[in-house]
Ligand binder design. Structure first.
Ligand code: ADP
Length: 861
């Protein structure tokens, strides 16, 4: 078949061979065409017709109109494809075909088209190293943000990547075998490209990038790989990346994937934004602010002084009601300054975007003025960094016309007076219209044809149109060009002469305007560093203002984050549940945790009482406070927390093909080994995934372990295992709390109040009744419960063991209650193991036996 290929198809095959992993958009006139396998794949993904190029060759083909390119592009990108865009870059030469070149490769992580981007989120490309030492580099080419981080474990790497949720992954060959299932899951369904270590791992960017780690740094390879990939696919965007920052674990409040998921910070367990913490607190007004808020919540601060500075700023804005309103209005009017700046840097902005950039820059002085002379350090800093961009704004205003075309090749970009030659040509062109009108009337006079018209079409340019009835009056110098049903079209030498003058002028003006526009963009680039700083400041101001608005409207108060280790919250509320139920329907609760006092709070209560809500609310208040936000509480004094661990619920894990119990235990093991004296642990129903006694035993052991951990972490432990409340008798720093309920005519009423002490009953049957279980089933459940309580049956409904029947608790439960007893047992066993019967006299042996029995509490009789 290749023998038969036309020159254009040969060119296609040659170009495609260099972009094997991409779908090639091959520009042919007004269409982007796709051929062969690309066509088959794209027609399926885009749901468009598959045809063939011609009858002989039968080459599969499909195409999309060039003006609708971005819509199709975004559809492919969202389905994880890479698309190489091949344009006609030069008019046909002698061979009769256009010279074509791939001008950019668009991938999920390197996409700049608004249709493909979420304005309120970042779009990261992540280069990862999935072998020790673990590291990643994340690049958002739409904003220029670029950072890298080294992680101690694969789990920590997965956590960091989970928070960023990259759109695409790259890795160096040989460094991408994720061992842990979490790593695999992370990249599943996302595009992953492997790059050659020799090319990508040692890539030197053409213009310097500040902060590239040295060759022996764990992140050296990933940082270079990210730059290399950008260079390969979007060379224009590379010039804009000027620095890469190092992000270090331990500088932010750490939350692993489980914590982020189960606390529903960015989306709910079912994957929706509504119902998440972000949804409840987000009042930002600009896309930059929305993105910044997300990253503040993903990486809360742990430096009490810096946290306090944010609170100071929020406080000042909160006080200044009038200013807040004014700032809000100004921010509402702003666009995505950060992405506009990036587009300028990458030569992607059209005239309208340059004008939008100006409008945003012009909005800054007013913003600054509204801020006045603030006291808070953060606000002063923001104000200072907003800068003065009047020079750039004026430069744009001087140049651009008031009404602008979308593209820069269309002409009509510049304001009269900006460029003498453009004005001259414009004059000629507008004058041309008058000349045409004149020509029309003089020809009418000359021929006596009243209805004669001058027209234009794209095939043969200007023409004179005469209706069929008047054809006999047409003079001899008219040359016939086209016959219509009711008219004939002619040209004359004069008209042709006019036409070529107009066309030349038009062409020259377009060329001149394009040249001027490119020069304008180039010249504006020198303002970019300042514009970027301004964009960051606007983002910060937007988040601070959003926090202040939230405080004002949601009744949030200022938390004090201090260097101590206690957590004291008075009348705390759950930000999301409160927003859903309404302020007055939510019952506030206190929390007091301290390493020296109560550091393990065991919260019992029936299902649906409000245990989970309570423990999550404490975690969310701690998180918000560290992010710099006010909190839904009357008072919050919080010693800096370095990490929040959670183990909540179990339902979500089933889909991942692992037993719920295994996942639960793995996560619990991570928690047990990862706590420090500043860690807050939130555990909900640990041990639920297995049988009652196993579950209770594990819950007990986990609680005990955390309580006894030398680091003394603060732990909230919600459980429906009522037996666990006995832990306070052996663990000095454990306290019991329960969610208060009231019984009323056989029903229970949830009071939602957390009280000290343990709950008196578990109320499972009442809850079942509330949930609508039929009365017959409820009645039977009551009977069975009675039997169980009098210990005639065990938990499986089988007759209970003898010991139990005599009124003692079942053996398995016995075991749990006395830790001291178990220790003694261990010690006795150890002594038995060590003692050597050969060397004992019979009396000795008897006496030891008696002592052991005594110690085991069984007596000698
Ligand atoms: P549990 O963990 O004890 O099973 P949840 O924490 O899931 O119970 O709470 C069940 C429901 O009770 C929540 O969905 C919420 O609507 C309501 N709720 C919980 N805490 C409160 C509260 N403090 N004030 C008002 N309603 C609450």
């Amino acid at each position: 078949m290749s023998l038969q290929l036309t020159p254009a198809m040969r060119q296609y095959v040659e170009i495609k061979s260099r972009y094997r992993d991409c779908i090639l958009f091959f520009r042919m006139g007004d269409f982007y065409e796709m051929f062969f396998e690309d066509a088959i794949r794209a027609s399926r993904l885009l749901d468009i017709a598959l045809t063939s190029r011609d009858r002989e060759s039968n080459i599969p083909m499909c195409g999309v109109p060039h003006h609708a390119r971005n819509a199709y592009l975004s559809k492919l990108i969202r389905q994880g494809c890479k698309v190489a865009i091949c344009e006609q870059v030069e008019e046909p030469g002698q061979k009769g075909i256009f010279r074509r070149e791939v001008t950019e490769v668009v991938t999920p992580g390197l996409v700049f088209h608004e249709e493909c981007l979420d304005a309120r989120g970042n779009n990261y490309l992540a280069a990862v190293r999935f072998s020790p030492p673990f590291a990643y580099a994340a690049l958002d080419a739409t904003t220029g943000e670029f950072h890298h981080e080294t992680c101690d474990t694969e789990d920590a790497l997965a956590d960091a990547l989970f928070r960023l949720s990259p759109a695409e992954f790259i890795a160096l060959e040989g460094e991408c075998e994720p061992r842990a299932p979490r790593g695999k899951r992370l990249i599943e369904g996302k595009l992953l490209t492997l790059l050659s270590p020799s090319a990508a791992g040692t890539f030197e960017p053409p213009s310097p990038v500040e902060g590239i780690p040295a060759a022996d740094h764990p992140a050296a390879g990933v940082v270079r790989a990210a730059l290399y990939y950008l260079h390969l696919h979007q060379p224009a965007a590379l010039s804009e990346i000027t620095r890469v920052a190092e992000r270090a674990e331990g500088r932010y409040l750490a939350m692993d994937e489980t914590a982020v998921r189960t606390l529903e910070i960015f989306s709910t367990m079912s994957g929706e934004r509504k119902g998440s913490l972000l949804w409840a607190v987000d009042r930002t007004r600009t896309p930059m602010g929305a993105r910044a808020l997300r990253s503040w919540l993903a990486a809360p601060l742990i430096d009490a002084a810096r946290i306090g500075e944010r609170h100071d700023a929020v406080g000042e804005l909160l006080e200044a009601h009038g200013m807040r309103k004014e700032l809000a209005g100004r921010l509402d009017a702003m666009g995505d300054l950060s992405r506009l700046a990036s587009r300028l840097a990458q030569d992607r902005s059209g005239p309208r975007e340059v004008a939008a950039l100006r409008d945003n820059l012009e909005a800054l002085p007013a913003l600054k003025e509204t801020l006045g002379e603030p006291f808070a350090e953060r606000l002063r800093e923001v104000r200072g960094r907003l800068g003065d961009h009047s020079a750039a704004a004026e430069e744009i205003s001087r140049a651009l016309a008031d009404e602008l075309p979308a593209g820069h090749k269309e002409g009509g970009i510049f304001r009269p007076g900006y460029d003498a030659r453009v004005d001259e040509l414009t004059h000629l062109l507008t004058h041309g219209k008058e000349m045409l009108a004149e020509m029309e009337s003089s020809e009418r006079r000359r021929t006596g044809i009243g209805g004669l018209k001058v027209g234009y079409n794209r095939v043969f340019g200007y023409f004179l149109e005469v209706s069929r009835a008047n054809v006999d009056k047409v003079p001899a110098d008219y040359i016939r060009k086209q016959t219509l049903v009711n008219a004939e079209r002619y040209i004359t030498p004069d008209l042709k002469e006019f036409e070529s003058r107009v066309l030349r002028a038009q062409e020259e003006r377009s060329a001149r305007e394009e040249e001027l526009f490119l020069a304008l963009r180039e010249s504006l680039k020198r303002h970019l560093p300042g514009i970027r700083a301004a964009a960051e400041s606007v983002a910060e101001l937007d988040v601070l203002l959003s926090f202040a608005d939230l405080a004002a409207n949601g009744g949030y108060g200022r938390p004090r984050v201090n260097a101590g280790r206690d957590i004291v919250i008075e009348n705390g509320r759950h930000p999301v549940v409160e927003k859903i139920l309404g302020r007055h329907a939510f019952v506030p609760n206190d929390c007091r945790l301290s390493p020296d006092g109560a550091r393990l709070a065991v919260i019992t209560g029936p299902n649906m009482a409000g245990k989970s809500t309570y423990i999550r609310q404490v975690a969310l208040i701690v998180l918000l406070a560290h992010a710099g936000c006010y909190v839904p509480a009357d008072r919050a004094e919080i010693g800096v927390v370095d990490r929040i661990f959670t183990r909540i619920g179990a339902s979500d894990d089933l889909s991942r093909g692992e037993s719920t119990f295994m996942v639960e235990m793995r996560e619990t093991a991570r928690i047990l080994s990862g706590v420090t004296g500043r860690t807050l642990v939130v555990l909900d129903e640990v041990g639920r995934g297995t049988s009652t006694y196993d579950g209770l035993s594990i819950a007990w052991a986990v609680a005990e372990h955390l309580h006894d951990a030398p680091a003394r972490p603060k732990v909230l432990f919600a459980t429906h295992f009522h037996e666990l409340t006995d832990i306070v008798s052996t663990s000095a720093h454990a306290r019991n709390y329960h969610v208060a309920v009231r019984e009323w005519q056989g029903d229970i009423i949830f009071l939602r109040r957390i009280d000290e002490g343990s709950a008196s009953k578990s109320y499972g049957i009442q809850v079942a009744r509330l949930a609508g279980l039929p009365p017959s089933a409820i009645g039977r459940a009551r009977e069975i419960l009675k039997n169980l309580e009098s210990a005639e049956y065990n938990e499986f409904g089988l007759p209970a063991l003898t010991g139990a029947r005599t009124g003692q608790a079942p053996a398995a439960q016995m075991d749990l209650f006395s830790r001291a007893e178990r220790r003694e047992e261990g010690a006795v066993l150890e002594e038995i193991r060590r003692c050597d019967p050969e060397r004992l006299t019979p009396v000795d042996a008897l006496m030891r036996l008696a002592a052991w029995k005594e110690r085991l509490g069984k007596g000698t009789s």
